[in-house]
Design a protein around this ligand. Structure first.
Ligand code: SF4
Length: 685
């Protein structure tokens, strides 16, 4: 695989073509646009207009509305007129699945149509088909015939188009030839793109969404590579993790998927898909942009007037990539990393094992309670350990941290068996149990042979920006660590481009053939926990997802907040990041659609209900989808599916197989539990 983009290591934003959506310009270094999608019934003009206004007031620069049939497509005119009457000129995007007729109507009314190449022309039957090359070309001709009328309408009306591929809804034709893969997603879009270009239509945006951030990231990277190779230019990219779910986990998944790419200079517009009211998606979009593109001010309606200035969005080039270990063979490094990125699910950069860190072990979580004055047994509750004094026993949750950093404190109570302690090296010499306690050193202390070390495991902190002492010989430091089978590297960075800095260190370690395990230490001083969550998810998730790192430790400057509550949240975020990167599965995974005008039940309420009775099923993936039209296709790799199939009716799936049809909604959750039990995936609490 070739280099997909040199923006990966060069602090540059990816150059893309400029696309006009009404008065809004996308791509070509314009600011990254924020968008969302309504969840109301499109035939309910008032509800849709009012929800659109709430989203616009919150900062959405495009509003997508579903148009499942000709009726809804026609009603877009009423919605558009009412919005304009009330003074809102925000471009509208019609969301189309399966219905070319609806698309051709909508393209005459709104500023942009989104089509899904997996189902625009093909009806998905989950069949594995055999295609000769000639038969495949015939299929492409069939697509051309059905797709060209829409292109002609878009050209005539100046309407933009998004070719929006979804991992879960690839056509049977693509699935048969390429499988359920990122390259299949790319080819699904390229087939439509080639037809559009042959008609000289270029007002196109592309997306490659998946509920699995790893798949989504791979697909965008491959798409960029293929566009450069085949077309010589790159279309603007709409980023999103689909069916991300709700709450912390939905935000973490979205931040990892979208943030990883934005950090690489990729992305022209973003949508965070949460199973929540759409206006709640907007602050998350803002926080992600603020974290990944700090020089882009949050978009406001007034600010849009300036959007035609292509210098507004070129933030990445303005950020210095100054790191202590700058390499001159940057290009070869990009190729090196590209090799690792082309590995599939489960790939980890090789490391040796020290106790339970590195090797084949899942990444560990190190909780930092060093700022607590007096750490007691009660303090450990926040990190997954609950002590019952009556029976003198610890109960350990699935989200129990593996290590605890106490600073200079030796604890005066008996610890749970699985928890180990890390202290500063001075304090460590006073610890009686050298099996339970391990020391952490800065570079100077580590290089000082006069300071006692553990015979088992020593943590060594390295600041990626520069060693803590400028007199440190970096080669000597790395040389010593390389030979030390007890040394765990702890990386942190105060650089503006943390992901890039730490990625460079990982590449240096690979170049030096160093296989010591690595912990990523990520501190946040953000003003709110919402911003911190995005910060942690981007800075650690972007590296974990490519196979780097053997553990994470999240720290926060708490100010006056409730400390105990925040430690629990930090611990939960750490495990959420590992789950979203699929590096450590410790809880139930929910894939729930954001809902839209097709939704057949209260998705938020149902998701909460299902979550409350299944959240102890570690590793089980449950999809909760609003409609039978797209739901089954978009459940991705869920183990069980709960899909709205008619008013008050639900269809239950095991994988992609329908098990129970038309289950009355009032007993559907109980039936889902029965289905999980019948398949031996249930455990009692
Ligand atoms: S799966 Fe959900 S978001 Fe997608 S079309 Fe159906 S109801 Fe709408």
């Amino acid at each position: 695989m070739e280099v997909y983009t040199e923006t990966l290591m060069a602090n540059k934003r990816l150059a893309t073509l400029e696309v006009r959506v009404g008065d809004l310009l996308l791509g070509n270094f314009n600011p990254i646009r924020i968008q969302t999608m309504t969840t109301t019934d499109t035939m309910n003009t008032t509800a849709t207009v009012e929800q659109s206004i709430r989203c616009i007031e919150a900062g959405s620069e495009l509003i997508r509305i579903t148009a499942p049939s000709k009726n809804e497509a026609e009603n877009l005119l009423n919605i558009r007129n009412e919005l304009r009457k009330r003074g809102y000129t925000t471009p509208i995007v019609a969301d189309i699945h399966f219905t070319p007729n609806a698309a051709e109507i909508a393209a005459r009314i709104v500023e942009k149509v989104r089509i899904n190449p997996g189902n625009y022309i093909d009806k998905k039957k989950f069949e594995l088909l055999e295609y000769s090359d000639a038969k495949y070309l015939e299929e492409i001709d069939r697509i051309r015939e059905r797709f060209t009328p829409l292109i002609k309408v878009c050209k005539e009306y100046g309407t933009a188009m998004r070719i929006g591929t979804n991992h879960g809804s690839l056509s049977d034709r693509i699935m048969s030839r390429y499988g359920d893969t990122p390259i299949g997603m790319v080819e699904s879009a390229m087939e439509f793109l080639r037809i559009a270009e042959s008609e000289n239509y270029y007002n196109i945006v592309l997306s490659m969404k998946s509920s699995n951030p790893k798949v989504m990231i791979q697909a965008y990277r491959m798409l960029i590579h293929n566009m450069h190779e085949e077309l010589g230019h790159c279309y603007p990219l709409h980023l999103g993790v689909t069916e991300a779910g709700d709450g912390i986990d939905g935000r973490i998944k979205s931040a990892i998927g979208i943030g990883t790419l934005l950090e690489e200079g990729i992305g022209d517009t973003i949508r965070v898909s949460l199973t929540e009211d759409p206006e709640f998606e907007i602050p998350v979009c803002r926080d992600i942009i603020k974290k990944c593109c700090p020089l882009q001010t949050a978009p406001s309606r007034e600010g849009l007037a300036n959007s035609q200035n292509p210098t507004n969005g070129g933030n990445f080039s303005a950020i210095n990539g100054d790191t202590a270990f700058e390499e001159n063979q940057q290009h070869s490094k990009i190729k090196n990393i590209q090799k690792s990125l082309s590995f599939g699910e489960g790939f980890r950069v090789r490391s040796f094992e020290i106790t339970n860190i590195g090797g084949k072990h899942v990444p560990v979580v190190i909780a930092d309670l060093s700022k607590i004055q007096k750490i007691t047994a009660e303090s450990l509750k926040a990190i997954g350990y609950t002590y019952d004094a009556e029976i003198d026993k610890w109960s350990i949750s699935d989200l129990a941290a593996d290590y605890l950093f106490t600073g200079d404190k030796i604890l005066d109570f008996a610890l749970p068996g699985t928890l180990k302690i890390i202290t500063y090296c001075d304090a460590w010499t006073k610890a009686t149990s050298k099996e339970k306690y391990f020391p952490i050193f800065d570079e100077v202390q580590y290089l000082n042979n006069g300071i006692e070390k553990s015979l088992v495991m020593n943590f060594v902190t390295i600041d990626c920006l520069a060693p803590s002492d400028q007199s440190i010989d970096v080669d000597k430091l790395f040389g010593k660590i390389k030979k030390d089978k007890t040394a765990v590297i702890c990386l942190s960075s105060a650089n503006k481009n943390v992901v890039e800095s730490i990625r460079k260190i990982f590449l240096k370690l690979a170049d030096e053939n160093m296989q010591n395990p690595v912990i990523m230490i990520c501190d946040s001083a953000d003003a709110t926990m919402d911003e911190s969550l995005i910060h942690y998810a981007v800075e650690t998730g972007a590296l974990l997802i490519d196979g780097f790192g053997n553990g994470i430790s999240l720290g926060h400057h708490f100010g006056n907040k409730n400390v105990a509550a925040d430690y629990a949240l930090l611990n939960s975020i750490a495990f959420g990041i590992l789950q979203a990167t699929r590096t450590r599965i410790s809880k139930t995974e929910y894939i729930s659609c954001p809902s839209c005008g097709r939704t057949l039940f209260d998705l938020q309420e149902t998701t909460a209900k299902i979550r409350s009775v299944t959240n102890h099923l570690k590793g089980v993936k449950i999809a909760i989808m609003g409609c039978i039209v797209n739901g089954p296709g978009e459940m991705a790799d869920a183990d069980f599916g709960y899909v709205g199939s008619g008013p008050g009716k639900v269809t239950l799936y095991k994988g992609k197989e329908v098990i129970k049809r038309s289950v009355p909604e009032n007993i559907a959750v109980a039936e889902l539990i029965n289905l999980i039990k019948e398949n031996d995936a249930w455990v009692e609490v």
